[in-house]
Ligand binder design. Structure first.
Ligand SMILES: [Zn+2]
Length: 92
């Protein structure tokens, strides 16, 4: 099967990351809760930031920043849903 190199992601990912991430909806792989990231519990610290599910406390993502780099790891969530052109309405 033919494939493109990663440069083909520039267009689709530029659109995907050009949104208010707090309004994106994610499913917790621990409890199945589906909610906007704005509802998550955020624990900032000197070593980085840990984002936990607002329902069960499972780690959803970690963010680590240095002066010239940043790392984001999605550990406990499924796909992130971004609704185009309409406000996100929480399910449930
Ligand atoms: Zn959860």
């Amino acid at each position: 099967m033919q494939h493109l190199d990663g440069n083909a992601l520039a267009g689709p990912l530029a659109e995907f990351f050009a949104f208010d991430v707090t309004m994106a909806v994610a499913k917790c792989e621990g409890c199945g809760s589906i909610a906007e990231l704005a509802r998550a519990m955020v624990y900032p610290s000197g070593a980085g930031t840990v984002v936990r599910c607002g329902s069960c406390g499972r780690v959803l993502m970690t963010l680590v920043e240095s002066e010239d780099r940043a790392w984001i790891r999605f550990t406990g969530m499924g796909a992130i849903e971004v609704r185009r052109g309409a406000p996100v309405v929480p399910e449930g």
